[in-house]
Design a protein around this ligand. Sequence first.
Ligand code: HEM
Length: 464
Amino acid sequence: MDFVILFLSVLIVLFSLYFLYLQRNQNYPPVIRGWIPWIGAAFEFSKAPLNFIAEARDKYGPVFTIIAAGKRLTFVTLHEDFQTFFTSKDVNFEQAVQAPVQHTASISRDSFLKFHPACNTLIKSRLILSNLPLLSSQLSEAFDEHLELLGTGSSGELCDLVRSAMYPAVMSNLLGKYNSPASHSDLQEFKTIFQTYDEGFEYGSQLPGIFFWKWAKSKQWLLSLLGKMILKAESSIPAEKSSKTLLQHLVTTITDRYLPNYGLLMLWASLANAIPISFWSLAFILSKPSVYQTVMEEIAVAFNGKDKRKTTVSQEELKQLPFLKQCVLEAIRLRAPGAITRMVVRPLQIQNYTIPAGDMLMLSPFWAHRNPEFFPEPEEYKPERWKKADLEKNVFLEGFVAFGGGKYQCPGRWYALMEIHMFVALALYKYEFTLLDPLAKPSSLHLVGTQQPVGSCRVQYQHR
Ligand code: HEM
C-alpha cells in the first residue's frame, strides 16, 4: 500500500514538473490552477463561472487557461480572435461536445461521431429560412390555442406562463401534434421533468449521473417519452416530404438504437434557449414603458383590429413589426449563452500564445456582447441599437455571436427568431400584462445556454 502511494506521489510530481517545463518553454497562456492538483480552480470557478471569467480576463489578460477537474479551459476574449475560434482547422466541434453528449443523452462515442454530421445537415436543411413558411402557420395556430388556455386573466410567474404556452406549441410544430402534451396534467408533468433535466444539464454534462439521481431520473423519463414519440412518428410518416415533422426526418436519418437519444437532444436544443429568451423579451419590454408603448403601437398598426380571441400571424405581418424584432435581438444579446466550445486538435496560435492540443477552447457570447466597442452602454436594454443592422437581409450587428459561428453555428437560429418574434407579438396583442416584481436578474451560475432568471418575476394579465 505504502509503495503504491509513494509511486503515485512520484508520478504526480513528475507530471507537474513536465507541465511546468512545457509551460516555460512553449509560451502557453497564463494558467489559473488553484491549490489542489487535478481539481484546480474548479470550486471557485463553479460558484459563479460568468463572474470568474470576467475577473480572470481583467487579471490575466485576453487569453487565459483555467484548470478545472482535470480539464484545461482556454478562454479567448478578443473579437479579433473569434474568427479563428469559428473557422480554424486546428479546432474541432464534435470532439469538444462528444463527452457532454454522452453524459446528457447517453449516446455512445461511435454513434455520435458517425451520425452527428448527418444530424447537423438535417436540422440545418429543415430549419433553413426558405422552409419556415412550411412551419409558421401551424405554429401561429398552436400559439393562439395555448395562449387562450391561459384564460381571461389572472397572475403568475411570467416564466411559467411562457413555458405553459410555448412548450406544447413548439413540440406540436416540430414533433407532431400527437406528440405535444395533450392534457393539463400531462403538460404539468412534462414541464416539471424537463425543467429538472434542463437545470441539471450543465453539471450532468460533466459528471456521471450517479451524482445527481433526480437529474438522472428526469433523463430516463424523457428518453422513454421520446421512445414513445418515435413510435407515433414512425407510424404516421406522410408521403409528401414537406409534410414530415422534424422528428419524422430524424427517424429516417438515425438508423441505430440511439434514435430516442438524438430525439431528446433535439428537443432540448429547441426548447432550452428560445423559451427563456421569449420570457426575457417580454420582461424587458414590460419593464420599459417607452419601449412597451412603441411595441404596442407597432402591433396595433400591423394587426389592424383583427380578432383577439383567434389570432393568427403570417410571416408578412411579422415583417411589419421591425421594432419588436429589434427588442427580441436585444434580449438575446443581453442574455446570450455563457460559453461555447471547441477542442484544440493541433497546437493553435492565438495572440502571442500557443494553445496546446487537448485544450478546450472557450468563447463567451455573454461577455462578447458587453464589449463597448460594438455595443455602447452594453448593460442597457436598447432595442434601437439594432436599427444599424440590416435585419431585412438577415445580417446581425458586428460583434453579435449568440448563435455561435462557422460550420456549427446554431442550425435553429432562423426558426428561433421567428418563433420568439411571433410568440411575443401574439401574447402582447391578446393580453395586457403588468409586472408585479422588478425585472429579474440573470443567473451567473451557468455557462451552457442562455441565462435563466433568478427569483420571482410575476405578472398580472388580462385578456384585451
Ligand atoms: C435564442 C435561441 C437560441 C440560441 C441563443 C441558440 C444558440 C446556440 C448556440 C450558441 C449553439 C452552438 C453553436 C456553436 O458552438 O458555434 C447552438 C447549437 C444548436 N442549436 Fe441553437 N440556439 C437557439 C435556439 C435553437 C432552436 C429553436 C433550435 C431548434 C429548433 C436550436 C437547435 C440547435 C442545435 C440542434 C444545435 C447543435 C448543432 C450541432 O450539434 O451541430 N437552437 N445553438
